[in-house]
Write a protein that binds this ligand. Structure first.
Ligand code: HEM
Length: 765
């Protein structure tokens, strides 16, 4: 390909396999972070200052009119420019991913803290000075490509490491377990959760009959169901969620010794979620909420970071747990095998082009490098087939590994040839092995030359369609998860189940689910049942466990529960991983003309020093006049900004400003909604009147002695010093959410309404 700059022709080596270019060859083997950037740059195009051309490089003189027989006549077939443009447009879409269609990606790098040579010979895990380029894609599972980011769903967390020994893809999720134990059930699971086939509803939602019908017959899903009904399924940001490899993998060191390994990603910003009511509203106000959040954080230089964690288990300890390491519906509690943090992932560059990079990236769990190997987890084994297979259709043929985002930085030499869209121009007479005509090249690499060698696991077994009895306990870890949650988290799970099961149209499905929930925890089942106006059934006529063969022993048809060795696992509760960082948190400042711009600026400065930001929301866009005459830009109007898009709200002093806000139902709703979603709320001076009108504070709560008053995350200061208020407000912001309000909420709202009406009357509105 050649591009033209300033009329001059410039040769660019594009379309060939980048790993074979001179630049890549020079760098091969050294893991420089810019190696992938250099590789991608061979295919980038920048049209600033350039002439418009056809796909053949012919400059175009008229891109406004097609070629016609007379200016009112028919278009002519001869118009090669029209035909080329429309033909390309007609074929712009490719199939979306069959699952995980909705996603967002970013570039970055990974760096190990210290050599892991003791455990693995993977080159990217040896040298702390080496930065391995990565591309990461986050996703939801069930929705279509254009669906909302805030669906209740598992999030994909897929990382492609461009290592010097080839690509390693860690294709994980933000939950450490999965719904099913065997890959043969995956199409059933996905058919059940996707929109129902007769009317294609609902989009990106599990709250419908077919999903719960399937789940109610698959007790093995109960552990995962606890996670999906928890707040983990509605993250505040991709940057604030964990990631997990889910399956047990193997690390193999240079001596050939293998150990089991589970992979974890631990976000440095802590674990945070939104509440369900908020999630649903965000889906309307900004369906791209997570995509925007990731993009903006990277653009602003707030690079998202995660530590890579590993749980390592000696092969001799394989059977020492009360669950099977090969069962993907089980996790290894961190209290039993601690997570060692071995390196850091940093995302520091947004893609240049969504389609070329985020849409065309093709992850595959089978992309491993020497030192990392598989286990016999039957879900993992099925996945090993699925990814390569699905990408043949999605990306249109067998050469998708040559697409810039997918091609490795390690050199590629083999005898694979031809196929649709082949980019590489393989030279030479031979494309087979063994050969003598080319001296046997390309030749095999021994282990000492980084050759991949499958771990020689000993297998002596019958060929059989059966699950191991060690896979039969479907409830202990579901109970462990539920018991490990804080009170607020448990309440959210119960509400989520009431919502999801409440949407069902077929009553027996609810009954079956209640029976399954009762196996997890009786009070959980009872409280969900209360919300559904039902009683927990004690037994059902039909068998529950349908994942057994037609002629199975009837005893296997009933769910089974054994006892977990630990009662609770604090590591499972998000409440124990909040951290106190408020970096990148967004505070909405409600202002109208006449607001106290000086104290607003002080609060803004104080927030910036802790890495948070203050954004103004006003009755109108444009500028807003401060008390001191300063004109401040409104970042949002009450129509374009909504409290669900922020982490906290602040109402500054200023009688005129507050009066104008009191006249705006949207302003009152803004604060009330933030309160309901348990966010930090602050007000100073006259701003406290607004909180007062809503019944969130009473005037007597506020000491006029210069100190700010904080109760359940509502910070107010009628006449206090602004520095003291700022410190108190930030301290409350560090708590993230104030869940105690969920039990106060009803009384507060009862109090709030008459007060709001009274205030409105006094104001004559
Ligand atoms: C047998 C079980 C599974 C099968 C057959 C399966 C299959 C698939 C398929 C066909 C895709 C679309 C890939 C593409 O078009 O590029 C996909 C995407 C994905 N899967 Fe799975 N999957 C399974 C289980 C899992 C599990 C257990 C996890 C998590 C550990 C997972 C994580 C992902 C992720 C993160 C993506 C999105 C990758 C991306 O961002 O492009 N899958 N899966």
């Amino acid at each position: 390909m050649s591009t033209r700059k300033n009329g001059k022709s410039k040769k660019v080596k594009a379309g060939s396999n980048g790993s074979q270019s001179n630049g890549a060859r020079r760098n091969a083997g050294y893991g420089a972070i810019d190696q992938k950037i250099e590789d991608l740059s061979k295919n980038t195009e920048e049209s600033a200052g350039e002439f418009l051309t056809s796909d053949q490089g012919v400059r175009i003189n008229d891109n406004q009119n097609s070629l016609k027989a007379g200016n009112r006549g028919p278009s002519l077939l001869e118009d090669f420019l029209l035909r080329e443009k429309i033909t390309h447009f007609d074929h712009e879409r490719i199939p979306e991913r069959v699952v995980h269609a909705r996603g967002s990606g970013a570039h970055g790098y990974f760096q190990v803290y210290e050599s892991m040579a003791q455990y693995t010979r993977a080159a990217f895990l040896q040298d702390p000075s080496m930065r391995t380029p990565v591309f990461v894609r986050f996703s939801t599972v069930a929705g279509s490509r254009g669906s909302t980011d805030l669906a209740r769903d598992v999030r994909g967390f897929a990382v492609k490491f461009y290592t010097t020994e080839g690509n390693f893809d860690l294709v994980g999720n933000n939950m450490p377990v999965f719904f099913i134990q065997d890959a043969i059930k995956f199409p059933d699971l996905v058919h059940a959760v996707k929109p129902e086939p007769h009317h294609e509803m609902p989009q990106a939602a599990s709250a419908h009959d077919t999903f719960w019908d399937f789940i109610s017959l698959m007790p093995e899903a109960m552990h995962m169901i606890m996670w999906v009904m928890s707040d983990r399924a509605i993250p505040r940001s991709y940057r604030m969620m964990e990631g997990f490899g889910v399956h047990t993998f193997r690390f193999v060191n240079a001596a050939g010794k293998a150990r089991f390994v589970k992979f974890h990603w631990k976000p440095l910003l802590g674990l945070h979620s939104v509440v369900w009511d908020e999630a649903q509203k965000i889906s309307g106000k900004d369906p791209d909420f997570h995509r925007r959040d990731l993009w903006e954080a990277i653009e602003n230089g707030d690079y998202p970071e995660w530590e890579l964690g590993v749980q390592i288990v000696e092969e001799r300890d394989e059977h020492k747990f009360d669950f099977d390491l090969l069962d993907p519906t089980k996790l290894i509690p961190e209290e039993i095998v601690p997570v060692q943090r071995i390196g850091k992932l940093t995302l520091n560059r947004n893609p240049d082009n969504f389609f070329a990079e985020t849409e065309q990236v093709a992850f595959h769990i089978g992309n491993v490098v020497p030192g990392i190997d598989f286990t016999n987890d039957p879900l993992l084994q099925g996945r090993l087939f699925s990814y390569l297979d699905t990408q043949l259709t999605r990306l249109g043929g067998p050469n998708f590994h040559e697409i810039p985002i997918n091609r490795p930085v390690a050199p590629v030499h083999n005898n694979q040839r031809d196929g649709f869209m082949r980019q590489t121009i393989n030279k030479g007479q031979t494309s087979y092995d063994p050969n003598s005509l080319r001296g046997g090249c390309p030749f095999q690499a021994g282990m000492d030359m980084s050759g991949f060698t499958s771990y020689a696991e000993r297998i002596d077994a019958q060929k059989i369609r059966e699950r191991s009895p060690s896979f039969f306990d479907h409830f202990s870890q579901a109970t462990l998860f539920f018991n490990s949650q804080s009170e607020a988290e448990q309440n959210h799970i119960i509400k989520a189940l009431r919502f999801e099961l409440g949407k069902l149209e077929t009553p027996p499905i609810r009954e079956r689910m209640l029976l399954l929930l009762a196996q997890v925890d009786k009070s959980l089942a009872r409280r969900v049942a209360e919300g559904l106006g039902l009683k927990v059934p004690t037994k059902l006529d039909q068998p529950l466990n349908m994942s057994v063969p037609a002629d199975a022993d009837p005893r296997k048809l009933q769910p089974k529960k054994s006892k977990s060795t630990i009662e609770t696992s604090p590591a499972l509760s998000m409440a124990n991983h909040l951290g106190d960082s408020v970096r990148t948190r967004k505070v909405a400042c409600l202002i109208g003309d006449g607001f106290d711009d000086e104290s607003f600026l002080e609060i803004k400065k104080a927030l910036m020093t802790v890495g948070a930001s203050a954004m103004t929301v006003a009755p109108h866009l444009g500028t807003v006049a401060g008390m001191s005459g300063e004109m401040v830009k409104a970042d949002f109007s009450l129509l374009t900004g909504s409290s669900v898009l922020f982490d906290a709200v602040y109402v500054p002093d200023g009688a005129a400003s507050v009066e104008s806000l009191l006249r705006e139902p949207e302003a009152l709703n803004f604060v009330l909604e933030a309160y309901r979603h348990c966010k930090t709320i602050g007000a100073t001076g006259d701003g406290v009147r607004l909180l007062n009108a809503l019944g969130l504070v009473t005037q007597t709560d506020n000491r006029a002695n210069g100190e700010a008053d904080a109760e359940a995350g509502v910070v107010s200061s009628v006449a206090g010093d602004i520095d003291g208020f700022a410190a108190e407000f930030i301290a409350e912001l560090r708590m993230h959410r104030h869940w105690q309000r969920e039990s106060l909420a009803t009384s507060t709202f009862e109090r709030a309404l008459p007060i709001a009406e009274r205030d409105a009357k006094q104001l004559g509105v």
